[in-house]
Design a protein around this ligand. Structure first.
Ligand code: ASP
Ligand code: MG
Length: 435
């Protein structure tokens, strides 16, 4: 069995779904297809949620736009009508009713109830179009099989409970092609959950692992994994094959092509992951696997934007590396803050994290009694794996470096963002909470 995953950039219009159908038709059977929401639907649903939570009537207009988008894709694919339109209409009607009548619960809970619909709509339309194109494809609501805890917006899979259900539902001896949703799951009580933005890759890996698939292919709008983001470095080169270790380090440092959580389940079952071009499916792409050989070791450049560097100091001048360390990182975990880089000295620790201001403020509040915390914002974390002097020079030239960390295989810099306009450059030392 193979698992294919198609993201929003691939299924963004009727032409994309026709292309998906072509790619799937070459396989015909023994296939599980995992799909994200169409195009930028997740962002659009986030907008619906934000307006609705604030009590703004405009949420209805935002939702109408999402509806028109899906209706127009369905009209294009099924010009002479199809039951799919009724299914989509019903699902939107349910969501409208929910938004009209429901008491508002927590932001994260409501996020998952609303935003999870994007994947439901995309998969309904794609499954129906595959059937219309002659494939024996079945739509599966993954929320009945993939059970999670109730950490809404960042839910963890309940592996044992899910395994039994997933293996019972997906049986490619009975049905050759299954179409299901990435990114979403449900609690045992049936509340929808989501696995974190861009989480569909992770779903593909989970299903592949549970079903003992032979491989996973992620179809992308790039020709494979490159040694840099081509928008940043136009001369970026494709990597033919890389190890799981290399891939997990790259994605953790900020390489956006695949979700960082994707690698572990595949590594544990030794399942190769292919990253291939949706536009040019015959081209080779990149394979991530155990026995990968890098023919030529290229420096790999990775940029993570919107970073904050926070320095934490025990107020009583005690060493940071003793008991304080556990206390500090427990607080990071409790506030759901993922740590990107750590550097410690005797009485202070520097931690680079994503700029999520609400979480950072509550973390600082929590640490306040025992620690002082100051931070710099508007930063980027730049990494080079397999660095050379020239590679380092290339990314650091003219940059204001706040922190540098070097190991045998990688070097990382936390640098100030280059100001977009001269007026923004006047900001001075952007240190917050420094008083
Ligand atoms: N649709 C979700 C998102 O945009 C999940 C995904 O694309 O993987 O984050
Ligand atoms: Mg997406």
């Amino acid at each position: 069995m193979k698992v294919f995953k198609f993201g929003g950039a691939s299924v963004k219009d009727a032409a994309g779904i026709r292309n998906l159908t072509k790619i799937v038709s070459r396989e015909k059977d023994d296939l599980v297809i995992v799909i994200s929401a169409f195009g930028k639907t997740t962002n659009a649903l986030e907008m619906v949620l934000r307006s609705w939570i604030k009590g703004e009537k405009s949420y209805k207009d935002h939702l109408d736009n999402v509806y028109s988008y899906h209706a127009s894709v369905a009209d294009d694919l099924f010009p002479s009508g199809n039951s799919v339109k009724g299914k989509i209409d019903n699902s939107f009607a349910k969501l409208r009713e929910y938004l009209r009548s429901s008491e508002k619960s927590s932001y994260d809970y409501e996020y998952d109830q609303i935003v999870s619909n994007g994947e439901i709509w995309s998969t309904i339309i794609v499954a129906e179009y595959l059937r219309k194109s002659g494939l024996n494809a079945e739509w599966v609501d993954i929320r009945a099989s993939l059970l999670t805890d109730d950490r809404f917006r960042d839910a963890d899979i309940l592996w044992d409970e899910s395994l039994a259900r997933v293996t019972a539902v997906f049986d490619t001896k009975k049905i050759p092609v299954y179409v299901t949703q990435g990114f979403i799951g449900a609690t045992a009580a049936g509340q929808s959950t989501t696995l974190g933005r861009e989480g569909s890759d992770y779903t593909a890996a989970i299903l592949a692992s549970m079903l003992d698939a032979n491989s996973v292919t992620v179809w992308k709008d790039v020709p494979g994994l490159l040694n840099a983001d081509p928008k940043w470095m136009p001369d970026a080169t494709r990597l033919e094959e890389i190890s799981y270790r290399e891939a997990v380090e790259m994605t953790f440092s900020g390489a956006k092509v695949i979700h960082p959580k994707t690698i572990k389940p595949l590594h544990n079952k030794n399942i190769p992951l292919y990253v291939k071009s949706f536009a040019a499916p015959d081209e080779e792409g990149t394979v991530i696997k155990a026995d990968a050989v890098m023919k030529e070791v290229l420096p790999v450049f990775i940029r993570k934007e919107d970073q904050i560097l926070i320095s934490i100091l025990p107020r009583d001048f005690s060493f940071v590396m003793g008991d304080n360390l556990g206390r500090i990182f427990y607080s990071f975990m409790q506030h759901g803050i993922k740590v990107n880089l750590v550097e410690a000295s005797a009485v202070s620790i520097d931690v680079c994290i994503d700029d999520e201001r609400v979480k950072v403020d509550s973390l600082i509040g929590d640490l306040m009694p025992e620690f002082t915390a100051v931070y710099n914002e508007n930063l980027e974390m730049l990494s080079v794996r397999h660095y050379t002097p020239a590679a380092i020079e290339r990314i650091t030239k003219g940059r204001d470096i706040l922190l540098e960390q070097r190991t045998r295989s990688a070097v990382r810099f936390v640098v100030r963002k280059v100001a977009a306009s001269p007026s923004q450059a006047k900001g001075g030392a952007n240190c917050k909470n420094c008083g």
